[in-house]
Write a protein that binds this ligand. Sequence first.
Ligand code: AMP
Length: 414
Amino acid sequence: MNVLVLNSGSSSLKFQVIATDRDRIRDHKDDRICRGEVEGMGGEAIIRFQHRDERSQTLTASLRDIAAALEYLVRYIASERSGVSEIKTTADFNAVGHRVVHGGEMFKESALIDDKVLQGIEDCIDLAPLHNPNNVKGIQAARELFGKDLPQVAVFDTAFHSSIPEQAYLYALPYHLYRRHRIRRYGFHGTSHRYVAFRYRVLRGLTREHTNIITLHLGNGCSAAAIKGGSSVDTSMGMTPLEGLVMGTRSGDLDPAIVSVIARKEGLSSSEVDTLLNTQSGLLGVSGLTNDMRELQAELKEHDDRRVRLAIEIFCYRARKYIGAFLASMGGADAIVFTGGIGENSPDVRARICAGMEWAGIRLDPQKNQDTVGREGKICAEDSRVLVYAIPTDEELLIARDTVRVILGEPHPS
Ligand code: AMP
């Protein structure tokens, strides 16, 4: 089955085409045909395309919206220029898998999209006003382009966390706010946490029930998840992705009273404070320089800038604090798994986070940590009671596999 995986944003559309089916999933033989991204939709867009043989092309086109971007993309993939021999016409796409940010309390697993499911995703717009509308547009654009008969599946960022118990998902607010407005923790990055938990248990030859780990997705967005018996039992992101760890441009946890203090002192509306916390804070806000961890580390090395150091230190301290909190709430864990752009590629950040955690049985092997960049590997010392792994995430693969499983009516194994 050739599955087109789509991640629709406000001005960008990420895509992959993955050939997979029941046998390929079983044998881990999924075939990534091509991938890429359309950036700058709404004007002169840049289309980056990468074939599985690493041949890449960059194109430009005037694309006014997601529908135009998708049509351009699909035409391009089907054309001879792309070099994709498996796809000659739009009929060679067998299914579309969509990343959908918010599934609210309605979607506890991936779902075949029909009118009712689409309505459900629209109903969640209230919970994710910045993200779900783009996901809806992506689904509608694919329906228009491929017709209603082509199966489309929604894979939700929140679904993996639907197993979190009440005591961890409820905020200590007047209970009617939960009843009236569904104000609670939902958590995000679920597909990523689920994928690395799955890879961890494959690497260790464990069953799902024996998977007791803390996963740290550290990218531009960052979140931690406590996974017990293979299920998410707590996570750092909350009702929105703002809560929890320090991120590229998001503050993560703070005293909620600060919101009105900032509004009053800076003369900002509540939505302006919201924007400040989401887009001008985190690594960018503290350093005053950039949200990019790689750049911050280069800057630290070169100039030893105080605020850059502080940004990295606050980032790592907060992550360590969450590991401690989740160790306590889970009653201990067998492993810590790092993923995301920073978690996969920065031995320095991993070392800073794990520093001083020997009391909890966490001890890195400096050489293994240094050598494990952008690939799977165990990075702890032989005598580390809690294992530590780096595992590159692969949300697109999980979306493609879920798409196939949902179409075949098979239950989720991971
Ligand atoms: P993601 O959102 O998962 O793509 O992750 C993006 C983040 O990963 C950015 O802050 C990048 O600077 C960071 N990153 C990628 N490669 C490295 C690296 N080699 N060292 C440190 N940070 C990195």
